[in-house]
Design a protein. Structure first.
Length: 85
C-alpha cells in the first residue's frame, strides 16, 4: 500500500479554537507502508522531519481536527492508521 502523507511538525496545539498553530509541513507521495511495521514507520517519520517529533497524531479524513485527531502510539494504532489511509 502506497500513501500520500502531509506531515505537519514543530507547531503547537491551541485549545480555543482547537487547531495546530505555526507548523512546518513536509508532503510525501508514494510512501510504501505495506511492508513497514510501526517502529519502521516511526523511524521514517523521524528521518523526514529530522528527529523533531515527540508525539505523533493523525486526523481522520473529512473530520474536523477536534473530532478526528488520533494518536499513533503503537502497532494497533498504526494498523488503524493504515486502514483509514
Amino acid at each position: 500500500m502506497s500513501l500520500a502523507i502531509d506531515v505537519y511538525h514543530t507547531g503547537c496545539f491551541v485549545p480555543k479554537p482547537f487547531y495546530y498553530a505555526n507548523p512546518d509541513k513536509e508532503s510525501v507521495t508514494g510512501v510504501e507502508v505495506s511492508n513497514m511495521e510501526f517502529k519502521e514507520f516511526m523511524t521514517y517519520l523521524r528521518s523526514l522531519i529530522r528527529n523533531k517529533c515527540r508525539d505523533v497524531y493523525y486526523c481522520l479524513q473529512n473530520r474536523a481536527l477536534v473530532d478526528g485527531l488520533r494518536e499513533l502510539r503503537d502497532e494497533d494504532d498504526y494498523v488503524r492508521f493504515m486502514d483509514v489511509g
